[in-house]
Design a protein around this ligand. Sequence first.
Ligand code: GDG
Length: 458
Amino acid sequence: MSRLIIVSNRVSVPDNKGAAAAGGLAVALQAALAERGGVWMGWSGKSSGDIEPEPLVLTQDGNITYALTDLTQTDVEEYYQGFANRVLWPICHYRLDLAEYGRKEMASYFRVNRFFAHRLAPLLEPDDTIWVHDYHLIPLAAELREMGFKNRIGFFLHIPWPPADVLFTMPVHEEIMRGLSSYDLLGFQTKYDLENFAGCLKREGMGVENSPGHFSAHGHNFRGGAYSIGIETAAFAAFARKAAAHSVVRKARQSIEGRDLIIGVDRLDYSKGITQRIDAFERFVTNNPAHQRRVTYLQITPKSRSEVPEYEAMQHAVAEQAGRVNGAIGTVDWVPIRYINRSISRPVLAGLYRLAKVGLVTPLRDGMNLVAKEYVAAQDPDNPGVLVLSRFAGAARELKGALLVNPYDVDDTANALARGINMPLEERRERWRGMMDHLLENDVSRWCDVFLADLRAE
Ligand code: GDG
């Protein structure tokens, strides 16, 4: 079997905290690498200041080589914070209003991709299979092809792909489309994203779809498919069971005694719909006085990309909003919203999901949303909670037992909360069972195996 080479912006180098801390994607990719042997290359997360980064730092773990590079401070600011997080991220999440186009940032994005290709090249063997991840590295295959590499190269996009009218607002959309066309296999989260991609190709005659999922563009034939990412379902369900004994989870249970818990877990990001969700919670409590003082909404929101201005502004806005709602509807003996603005450990997270009667997952747009899947996996089969899920998350295409909402419609989400909190046990069990069976069958290892099998198939 040929070796596997994974390239992603950030790399999960194993630490001594083990699989429980790592998250499903890292565990699945490490397992795929261990099976075949290979390399995982990416950015170290560190800046080399204004001097050229040192050579790659290689760490060997069994048959896996982790290869990390620093980036100059200019590249961190222009490629990562700039083009990746202030152009591609908002555009792919349909937020034209937040995209900040700058020529320097665009140039840096392509320059860093070339730099990655040159650093990766000496590690490559002719029959290696290369799997590139996410929006930071779209031009990587084109750079490798230009250097003469003929390897099979696949790409998986973790975030949504927008329709042509949205994508084409980006000045370099053609180069981005050409970059995608240099892969052998493109993986999207859902068939809607794949359809949007096909629409972008067709719109300006950049390429054609010869048959479903088979494209020709920019002189290259390639395939595209929907590969919905999963989680490590069985392992996550086991953490959640065991986490009941964890001291933090026990304390949380005591502190909500007698009240229903609603949980939200998101990186602090404008795509996650956190402010609309807090409004919906307030509306739910106001419209349902019987639930006043009988419900606690726990929102866990680790800081993310704080160096990007939109994220910094949001950090203040959400904290202020949670404080305002608590002030408006709270009482001396009831704090309606508990807002935690830092990361908590994965096993504790699993235990908290299990305590919650409702998992409230309402992104305005999301490639997949793993929190929705984790919430389902963590439930007690005898007494499962209810998932309230945005119809604009990729996960909504799969999790048929969720209560689907339009997160822009505050009343819709508030009504779903009421329905979830009041749902009879029988209905909760039935909805949960269908979702859990789906997640057990379509877990992250399967996602990885199916993508790699398709990439290797001629
Ligand atoms: C991108 C796409 C796609 C969150 N808070 C804590 C914590 N988390 C973990 C969750 C979950 C992960 O972070 C978040 O994953 P999501 O899928 O919800 O969202 P993104 O970070 O935006 O991920 C998304 C995903 O890629 C995979 O393809 O689903 O659509 O946007 O695993 O549990 N983990 C811990 N403490 C926290 O406080 N330990």
